[in-house]
Write a protein that binds this ligand. Structure first.
Ligand SMILES: [Zn+2]
Length: 142
């Protein structure tokens, strides 16, 4: 796993609204600091409402280590590496998958994790979640 494509940031507060704003800021900072020539297709942030931990990630290759909870959720729609409910996305590639995985692996409970909206690094505009992420993370995007 390359450090430049993701990040985990501990914070001292568990104020959800402030955490959300901090997570958005962290995503934009990650995008601004991206050094590659071709910007990744998508970026997103996530935060743990209990611990205040924040994670950001770009979309990219399926992580080598995937938390069992995430594997279980992916199984419901075909499993990691399949197209799931979509026609083009592969489950495990999405930025959403990466941030949730990073927080779970760092000790967060899935019920404490919330996602920001996805952001397209090239335009900095918000993008809708893909159909796989909508299904897998329906409780994290409310
Ligand atoms: Zn997705």
């Amino acid at each position: 796993m390359s450090k430049a494509r993701s990040g985990l940031f501990p914070t001292s507060t568990a104020n959800a609204k402030m955490l959300r704003a901090t997570a958005y800021k962290a995503v934009h900072t990650m995008i601004a600091n991206y050094k590659g020539s071709k910007k990744p297709s998508m970026a997103i942030g996530a935060y743990d409402v209990k611990t205040g931990k924040i994670a950001t990630a770009f979309a990219g290759e399926i992580p080598e280590k995937i938390h069992p909870e995430l594997l279980k959720r992916a199984e419901m729609i075909g499993g990691v590496g399949t197209k799931g409910l979509s026609t083009k996305n592969k489950i495990g590639v999405c930025a959403e998958f990466h941030v949730v995985n990073d927080l779970l692996l760092s000790g967060s409970k899935i019920s404490d994790i919330k996602l920001t909206h996805a952001i397209r690094p090239r335009t900095k505009e918000g993008r809708p979640y893909c159909i796989n992420c909508k299904k897998m993370f329906s409780d994290l995007i409310k």
